[in-house]
Design a protein around this ligand. Sequence first.
Ligand code: BTN
Length: 262
Amino acid sequence: PGIAFGLDAPYSVEYRDRIASTNERARELATEGAADVAVVADEQTGSRGRLDREWVAPSGGVWLSVLTRPDVPTARAPLFTLAAAVATTDAAREAGVDARIKWPNDVLVEGDGGDSEEADPDATGRGGRKLAGILTEMEGEADRVGWLVVGVGVNANLDPEALPAGATSLSAERGEPVDRRRFAATLLERYAELTASPEALDAVLPAWRERAATLGRRVRVDTADGVVEGTAVDVAEPGALVVDTDEGRRRVHAGDCEHLRD
Ligand code: BTN
């Protein structure tokens, strides 16, 4: 059940049926000097999520990592993660699944059923079921990105029973399997388009806003400096969430975001 495929994007594809982690493989390629490679796997045996969490990646998903060496200031690197979320959302929509983005980079499906009330670190919080997650790793100088690995994990053709609480899959939402080659090709082509140049990157935040589930919602964000609670009003360069709280407007650069009931 391989998912090797042809691609209309400037990446060579390294496909593996089974690998520990596509991010790890992409990092290895980076240290060997490679660039513009997409590592794609059917199954991962040691994949990682954000904040050092385990990521469940059985056969049937779309697990991929894109290695590039973009000529941009390090401060703009978060835009690549947001671009990957936009690309994943668009690929899901092409497959007929109404996906949206929860800040900063979870792709989820809202609607009936599956709302997770219990505290579960892998779940999206109330009001959404997680379809995909993104893990970005990079190395560079203070002012220039060296290499950048954007890893995207999409629960494609997977039974939700095989997934963590609060998660869903494309096949569960559609009621039939998705063409994973086409899905992965769309995702990678869209990502390439969104990150092709500094001018293209300028369009990432507007595209992210249009697909956001978080904006206009009450949120609770767990950050390194404590919990920020309020209404999410915008996302600002280079990817910060702008939250109106009782104490005024705050910009949050990193943290775990939970959507609250309005
Ligand atoms: C998250 O915690 O939401 C991010 C999950 C990222 C998982 C993907 S699957 C492909 C790539 N390889 C990994 O080991 N992790 C990422």
